[in-house]
Write a protein that binds this ligand. Structure first.
Ligand code: PHE
Length: 456
């Protein structure tokens, strides 16, 4: 039993806030998942839908989360309990904690793969492999190797989270985020200047609306929520560490812009290179989670300096993943620490160990447990699909309804204007979207998909 410190740990600088929140947002969601779902769902049309959702829903939800957390100065669960005492709203916070479990469980699997690939690229083994598909499937369907890497991921994550907000999360992300942005720009530049890259660029930017259906729209919404880290309380938790004089509108805009910029840049890094250098077709392109692990290594193999670029790429992917995993773990740790009054150390240990147990099942979905499916999806597939498209979208819905209808306009504007110190007509616009437009938009997309296609 430890007493809560008198002064709550917080971010120390404006850049620290943006680095940590952007560090959470930018991750495998941008580099691994975004190019994958974009190519699976029609390229340019998906991209436009995605950008629409970031503006219309992402930004208002992100601001709502920051405002809730900073106002309450508590974890995701405690914030709802404090701001709406004696009501069932705490359930939204609780759902967020569960979502954190689901996301980190499968996310740590993929983060583990990136570490393995960083290792393989560094030792030269990767580019020596004859057949990249075989190389990936042999590794990912194994038992010990992917599990060990998953453990390494969870261990690094736990160490950073244990070190705290200023000394752990902020320090780690402040150094690594700029490096990440620089490396992605470098690789995207390489990819779009390859001969034949134009076909991929066209695929990404020329919308083909004939492939769009309700499911595609839901996928775009789910991807936006996943990529911006909204809908489960990560940003409520981080919001509670943001100093009271921080301009939340500016922070939100910067984070959402960085995240979207990196998602697009990542597609520019992955898709044109694939079109230029391999002979696969779009339908093959959309198969399985292997885009980055099977196709890209072939690309690296065929360009000068590829062995160095491969090391850079997988280092970058690992960094992006780790700055996100820490933000997800922090959701659970802050909850355990503040609600169950555990020390940061025990909270971190309990959270990391229990999530790893679920994570093992996700990792084994590619090997021992690959035959175990529900609705035709493996455990990994279920965790991935439901967390982004169901849990996060409903989470986002509840969060905007909470701010729009329960917390209310004056409380919300008081918080985001720093008690009236900042004046902007945009606050009212954002509140209008939060109260009316975002809930209707999210509601239509989620419910329509349910009726049209069945939920999974
Ligand atoms: N936004 C992260 C990514 O794009 C994933 C994430 C989702 C992190 C939800 C926190 C909460 O990789």
């Amino acid at each position: 039993m430890a007493n809560l410190p008198l002064v709550r740990d917080s971010f120390g600088s404006r850049f620290g806030v943006v680095a940590a929140a952007a560090g959470s947002a930018v991750g495998l969601g941008n580099i691994w998942r975004f190019p994958l779902v974009t190519t699976q769902n029609g390229g340019g049309a998906f991209l436009l839908l995605y950008i629409g959702f970031v503006l219309l829903i992402g930004i208002p939800v992100m601001m709502s989360e920051f405002a809730i957390g900073r106002k309450a100065q508590l974890n995701a669960f405690g914030s709802f309990k404090k701001l709406a005492p004696n009501t069932p709203w705490f359930l939204v916070g609780f759902m967020g904690i569960l979502t954190a479990f689901a996301i980190l469980a499968f996310y740590s699997t993929v983060a583990g793969w990136t570490l393995e690939y960083f290792y393989q690229a560094g030792t030269g083994k990767l580019l020596m492999a004859e057949n990249m598909e075989k190389n990936f499937s042999e590794f990912s369907s194994g038992t010990y190797r992917p599990l060990i890497w998953q453990l390494v991921v969870m261990l690094i994550t736990a160490v950073v989270v244990y070190a705290g907000i200023k000394k752990g999360i902020e320090k780690f992300t402040k150094v690594l985020m700029p490096v990440l942005v620089f490396l992605i720009m470098l690789l995207a530049l390489r990819s779009i200047t390859l001969n034949g890259a134009m076909q991929g660029i066209n695929y990404l930017f020329l919308p083909d609306w004939s492939v769009v259906n309700f499911r595609t729209v839901l996928m775009a919404l789910g991807q936006a929520a996943f990529s911006l880290s909204i809908g489960m309380g990560t940003l409520i938790t981080y919001g509670s560490y943001i100093p009271k004089d921080n301009n939340l509108l500016a922070t939100t805009t910067q984070v959402a812009f960085t995240d979207t910029f990196i998602a697009i840049l990542s597609s520019l890094m992955v898709v044109p290179a694939i079109f230029a250098l391999s002979d696969i077709t779009v339908s093959e392109l959309s198969a399985g989670p292997g885009l980055v692990f099977e196709v890209l290594p072939d690309v690296f193999k065929s360009i000068p300096g590829g062995s160095i670029l491969a090391v850079i790429f997988f280092a970058l992917l690992s960094v992006a993943a780790l700055t996100s995993t820490i933000s997800v773990l922090e959701v659970v740790v802050a909850w355990l620490k503040e609600e169950l009054r555990l020390s940061r150390k025990s909270a971190t240990a309990i959270a990391a160990v229990s999530i790893t147990m679920l994570g093992v099942l996700a990792t084994l979905s590619f090997g021992e447990l690959s035959g175990f499916t529900i609705f035709g999806k493996t455990i990994f597939g279920i965790l991935d699909y439901t967390s982004a498209n169901i849990l996060l979208t409903f989470g986002a819905l509840f969060i905007v309804v909470f701010v729009g209808w329960k917390l209310g306009k004056s409380e919300f504007i008081l918080e985001i204007s720093n008690e009236g110190t900042i004046k902007s007509y945009l606050f009212k616009v954002v509140f209008f979207i939060i109260r009316y437009i975002a809930p209707v938009a999210i509601g239509i997309v989620t419910i329509a998909t349910f009726f049209v296609r069945g939920i999974v």
